[in-house]
Design a protein around this ligand. Structure first.
Ligand code: GDP
Ligand code: GDP
Length: 438
């Protein structure tokens, strides 16, 4: 579910960076002046029509055997190609085909990635066709004349590139949401399940899960289908002889792994135990959306402050899932049970939410204006160049920075908080990847 990648390659000075800058969103794009052949690949977000993708510049390809860095350069180009959906091979239309171009072409023909042969520096349309035609000899199909400087031809090139990107995943609105109900024995998981099933008469049918011993229950409510995962374990439990101390954490872990949203059920009378903390840690590690359901609320003596105080206490003891909303329910009386599914809907939506690069960069800019990144004693300061969401479920944001280690945990948490404050992400963890660009 990550963004597709378009790789740009070619020998030095053909205009690769000029083309990358034209394709990529220029705002916040990283410009490298160092001529170093060892430089890292640079990823830049780009859009064309309705598609978002990353453009990766492989650095200048040199196939001269005298080059000290030859294996390294090739390795980098290979790495870039391995993850790319399509490669743009840039050549210089004013110079015509060179030996180096032929060498790269020979090598590219052995790779499996589709290649778009791009003849740069074709400023005039008439000459451009003739300039481009010289490159049929490379055996890479039709050459596309473009001018990186003026932009001619780049639209056609991008149209062609889009054809090679993997189809955009489109999740139908009514797709089912997989929900795991986990928690210690006796917190009320089966009572909750019965409450869901009871209030939502439209049970489709119990459906066998992927493993032999697990059974899912499918429930429908207001056009949305919910698959309640591995509920056999919950229902059968009563007939099996094991004490309340027995806690099948493996079963819970398996259910968490299969879920989109986890309902983590607590017993209001017991509060948060160590086992609950372990489950919360796993939910966060697996990147699942989560709602904390405090059950048996009917059995708690309360005044006007109880909910607030109780909530604060739970949050402070479940730090791994501090982003998860809390709901106080009673499976026995049915109080607020229906509301749980509303929270599930929101969390599932946020879990697969995609935020555009421009919005992410607005948040980053705003965050940086309030608090600049820390400066070390040596006077070195972290710098965030830009960010882009690279995948969903959970939302994962890559931040391209000068040096990741200049950002301490405090600042990282601050940035995450800014994303949550500006963009919500209720009920889903978000992941941040700090990538050094050096
Ligand atoms: P790279 O080494 O392949 O990344 O090449 P650069 O993008 O740094 O460009 C190399 C040189 O070619 C620079 O002097 C650019 O100004 C020039 N250049 C790039 N694109 C064009 C173009 O479309 N037309 C012309 N005439 N020159 C270009
Ligand atoms: P499970 O082991 O997590 O599936 O828990 P059960 O659903 O079997 O419930 C364990 C016990 O808690 C049973 O005796 C239930 O009647 C009781 N219980 C479940 N939900 C509630 C609730 O909302 N309020 C109260 N007071 N008791 C509940």
């Amino acid at each position: 579910m990550s963004l597709p990648i378009v790789a740009i390659l070619g020998r030095p000075n053909v205009g690769k960076s000029t083309i990358v800058n034209r394709l990529a969103e220029t705002k916040g794009a990283i410009v490298f002046d160092e001529p170093g052949v060892t430089r890292d690949r640079t990823y830049q977000p780009a859009y064309w029509r309705d598609r978002e993708f990353l453009v990766v510049d492989t650095g200048g390809l040199i196939f001269d055997d005298d080059t000290e860095f030859l294996p390294l350069i090739r390795q980098q180009a290979m790495a870039a190609l391995a993850e790319a959906s399509v490669a743009i091979f840039v050549v210089d239309g004013q110079e015509g085909p060179t030996t180096a171009d032929e060498e790269i072409a020979t090598w590219l023909r052995q790779q499996s990635v589709p290649v778009l042969l791009t003849v740069n520096k074709c400023e005039s349309p008439e000459q451009g066709m003739a300039q481009a035609a010289q490159f049929w000899s490379l055996g890479l199909g039709e050459p596309y004349p473009v001018s990186g400087i003026h932009g001619n031809g780049t639209g056609d090139l991008l149209d062609e590139a889009l054809k090679h990107l993997p189809p955009q995943e489109e999740l139908p609105e009514t797709s089912e949401i997989k929900v795991a109900i986990v928690g210690r024995p006796n917190v009320g998981k089966s009572s909750l399940l019965n409450a869901f099933v009871g209030e939502n008469r439209a049970i489709v049918s119990p459906i066998s899960g992927t493993t032999r011993d697990s059974i899912d229950t499918v429930v429908e409510r207001e056009g949305q289908t919910y698959r309640l995962i591995d509920t056999a374990g919950i229902r059968k439990k009563k007939h099996i002889e094991y004490g309340p101390e027995f806690f099948s954490i493996n079963r819970a872990f398996k259910a968490i792994r299969r879920a989109d949203v986890v309902l983590m059920v607590l017993d209001a009378l017991d509060g948060v135990t160590e086992q609950d903390q372990k489950l919360a840690g796993r939910i966060a590690d697996e990147g699942r959306a989560c709602i904390i359901v405090v059950n048996k609320w009917d059995a708690v003596e309360k005044d006007a402050y109880t909910i607030y105080d109780y909530g604060e206490q739970v949050k402070s003891r479940l730090q791994f899932t501090e982003w998860a909303p809390l709901i106080f329910v009673s499976a026995e009386t049915g109080q607020r049970v229906e509301k749980i599914l509303e929270l599930v809907n929101t969390a599932a939506e946020q879990h697969k939410r995609r935020v555009t690069t421009s919005v992410i960069n607005e948040v980053l800019e705003e965050a940086g204006n309030w608090h600049s990144p820390p400066t070390t004693r040596q006077g070195r300061q972290g710098r965030i160049y830009y960010g882009t969401q690279v995948s969903t479920q959970p939302p994962t944001i890559a931040l391209f920075v000068n040096e990741a280690k200049l950002f301490n945990d405090n600042y990282r948490r601050y940035i995450e908080r800014q994303f949550r404050e500006s963009l919500g992400f209720t009920g889903t963890p978000i992941r941040m990847i700090w990538r050094s660009k050096k």
